[in-house]
Design a binder for this molecule. Structure first.
Ligand code: 5AD
Length: 442
């Protein structure tokens, strides 16, 4: 099972290489020594991950070639839609046109989109978001894996089921050999090229994490995203040094007062500072917020979307807040499916070309058709849970998480089937946010 297709190196210039995928050119950053024109590589998130032999590449590509173009055809057909001619909503039509021409959407326009409620207008909104996804990102769909290595947490986030509030939860903390075994299975058996390692905050020391990441980078060809809560500038630097290249950290809400209310003793600014520092160090950033927090307004959500863009997110992660019984916010009501879809679509308008948009597991928990709907409303990324099944149920950030008891092959089958039906290639062709603007000039 392949999550990235090999590409052929066309040119090498300092740390940047141009990679050819059946005639499509993409730029990627290279850290491998001795990479030469004509070599075959796998790239993920804008990074060259590994070199592959010509024979392996040709075998994989011959299997892919037909599929590569037929998936594109399916996507092209499904997206066939001319928003500028839409008589249903002239304002949406004008916004799509302007965003397609490279203009930034204004906060007012975002608010207009988020507050649409008429069914035919919503249909136009979602189709337009899909149109923009197709225009700027083609049919590639990221399929990253996530391994939740420990549910120990020192934080008291008011919404989170693994916070210190939950005294009933059985805690686990995977050992280094367990983590390496899980990574080995994900990379070598299932073909994942990008993995997120996640835990509650403070579950491991930075030194332990650095040791684990170094070992992973030594043994496997994989892009590693870290998601261990706030580890400080020094911690970020050490894990970058160890080989991590991505950070998944939501800011949860852009409203400082709301942030303070749900994170006692914490300030939004320090979290944002950490995300900014990570970006400066060279980390790829996945960030976003919770949708449907108590007292959250539409203006807050618009600011959330704009903030994710300001933070240079290469992937937006926006998902519904789902109340957990063992938390102070146990009584909260989750947002409507339609609301979440509107946020994903609006995010696509706000970061039309810059960002991938994740359809989260939280959203899938809220609605069984979320993945399909999200992917045709601006989304182009999913994460599969590759945490060992014996631990999965204990990572209870919210109850009854989707895919909680599905094996990895079951999740892969289901995902590949869906992506095929939508004409999406389960591959990241290697364009990170910084490189994207340059790549579009190619
Ligand atoms: N509902 C939805 N998402 C949650 N998270 C934590 N608790 C909940 C909840 N009750 C999300 C947070 C965090 C991520 C790891 O899990 O946004 O960043």
């Amino acid at each position: 099972m392949c999550y990235a297709i090999p590409g052929k190196v066309e040119s090498v210039e300092a740390q940047m290489v141009v990679v050819d995928y059946f005639g499509e050119k993409k730029k990627a950053r290279n850290e491998l020594p001795n990479l030469a024109v004509g070599d075959y590589v796998y790239a993920q998130g804008g990074y060259v991950i590994t070199k592959v032999s010509k024979q392996e590449a040709e075998e994989s590509l011959s299997g892919w070639k037909e599929l590569f173009f037929s998936l594109k055809d399916t996507d092209d057909q499904l997206v066939f839609f001319a928003p500028e001619n839409s008589a249903v909503d002239r304002r949406v039509a004008r916004i799509v046109k302007e965003v397609s021409q490279g203009k930034e959407i204004s906060p007012d326009e975002l608010k207009y989109l988020i507050q649409l409620s008429d069914e035919s207008q919503l249909d136009i909104l979602f189709k337009s978001a899909n149109f923009l996804r197709h225009k700027y990102h083609g049919n590639a769909c990221c399929v990253h894996g996530i391994i939740e290595i420990s549910n120990n947490c020192r934080k008291q986030c008011g919404y989170c089921g693994i916070s210190i509030y939950n005294r009933q939860l059985k805690r686990y903390r995977m050992s280094k050999p367990e983590i390496i075994a899980a990574v080995e299975e994900a990379v070598n058996k299932y073909g994942f090229k990008a993995l997120i390692l996640q835990s509650g905050e403070g579950a491991y020391s930075v030194a332990e994490l650095a040791d684990i990441i170094k070992q992973i980078k030594q043994d496997f060809s994989v892009l590693i995203f870290i998601s261990f809560g706030e580890i400080g500038q020094q911690g970020l630097a050490e894990l970058y040094q160890a080989g991590a290249r991505g950070l998944l950290m939501r800011f949860e809400t852009s409203n400082p007062d709301l942030y303070r209310k749900i994170h006692p003793g914490q300030e939004l600014d320090s979290r944002l500072e950490e995300i900014r520092q990570a970006y400066q160090m060279g980390y790829l950033i996945i960030t976003g917020a919770l949708i449907g927090l108590p007292a959250q307004t539409d203006n807050d959500i618009i600011n959330d979307i704009l903030l994710a863009r300001t933070l240079n997110a290469e992937m937006f992660s926006f998902g519904p807040f789902i109340a957990h019984a063992q938390t102070p916010l146990a009584a909260a009501v989750p947002p409507a499916e339609e609301k979440v879809l509107k946020v994903l679509a609006a995010a696509r308008f706000a970061a039309a070309r810059e960002a991938k948009i994740l359809v989260t597991t939280g959203f899938e928990t809220l609605s069984s058709r979320a993945r399909q709907k999200g992917l045709v409303s601006g989304g182009n990324s999913v994460m599969l849970n590759v945490t060992p099944l014996r631990y999965r149920g204990f990572y209870a950030i919210y109850p009854n998480r989707a895919h909680e008891s599905e094996t990895v092959p079951e999740q892969i089958d289901e995902t590949v089937k869906l992506l095929k039906s939508l004409g999406r290639a389960p591959t990241d062709l290697g364009v990170g946010v910084v490189k994207q603007k340059e790549a579009s000039k190619l």
